[in-house]
Write a protein that binds this ligand. Sequence first.
Ligand SMILES: C[S@@+](CC[C@H](N)C(=O)[O-])C[C@H]1O[C@@H](n2cnc3c(N)ncnc32)[C@H](O)[C@@H]1O
Length: 363
Amino acid sequence: MTLRNDTREKGPTPAPMEGGGAYNRHSQVQASGLEPAVEWLVEAARRVAIPPSPAVPVVADWGSSQGRNSMRPMRSALQALRERAGADRAIVVAHTDLPGNDFAGLFRTLDHDPASYLRSDPSAFPVAVGRSFYGPTLPPRTVSLGWSSWAVQWLSRQPCEIPDQVQVAYSRNAEARAAYEAQAASDWRAFLDARALELLPGGGMVVLTMAIDDDGAFGYRELLDAMYDALVEMSACGAITPDELRHMAIPTVARSAKDVARPFDQAGRCGDLRLRRTEVFLAADRIYDEFEASRDAQAFGRAWAAFSRASVFPTLAGSLDASGDATRVAAFMDALETSLAERLAAAPVRMRIPLVRAEIDRV
Ligand SMILES: C[S@@+](CC[C@H](N)C(=O)[O-])C[C@H]1O[C@@H](n2cnc3c(N)ncnc32)[C@H](O)[C@@H]1O
């Protein structure tokens, strides 16, 4: 197994979601898990420190992608802040993501989407930042309220290859599991340290990310088995090389409530941050709900394959030798999507979707 110490090495470092608005169109799984965290965000918005005028309050959205799933939390947060800040006060909403993110898609969403918070809040001013959230994204002590959903499960880098899966949670390789666990712990700490600097004293944030549930389950088992089987078959028939398959991984991790709390001491403190509360819950599988209503197994397979394509195929494609060759990348993603959809349609099953929400204040 190769350890990757150089984050610039070719291989599966996280790639942004599929562009051209694809993530926006195929992220209903993520959308359906947001609500419990939005509740906490609204409560935080009623409480967090707002800087005195003429300073402009800042709301941050770390890992926004193309923005559709940010509209509901940002709209709700702004409504709650307006009760305190007044209708006319300018508020900046800073959407951050990796430099390669489809930021044009984000601004189109802000402009065109009927759910855009700009429709109801003309005094909100969106801006975008293309920098990793494992380092600084915004000036120190500026953020009153922060949000991050479905994003910090992405590691800053792939710590090592996974010899028998693309998702480490389903690998039997102890060395790979340990390396991912160590990377996850260090990334979570880096995320917290960076936010501690950016949050205004008295500010707060809500983080929603993939979880290990109370039974120790990562979830999505059937999806990930089908994806890996499809890749193995593509390798066997020469569509990808054994080396490409070996390099492929989805560098995401799930965290238990304990993992989230680990950097915090008994009093809930981690430097200037304080963990107010954290909770693991299961999100609904809307795709299976639709299957139960329609009994359309093909639609079930297509929906999970489209979700996978939009969110993780670009990272898998980063391990192709010709990852700069758009034609080969498109052919790879098309073939994997078709194979995955067929496999899932053969035996529709409800996916387990564990999530963890955490509310953290800057004291
Ligand atoms: C699954 S999307 C989540 C989008 C949206 N927040 C939602 O709830 O649907 C994850 C996003 O996190 C971004 N991301 C991953 N690693 C990141 C990093 N180190 N810094 C900033 N953004 C990152 C990805 O590019 C992607 O847009």
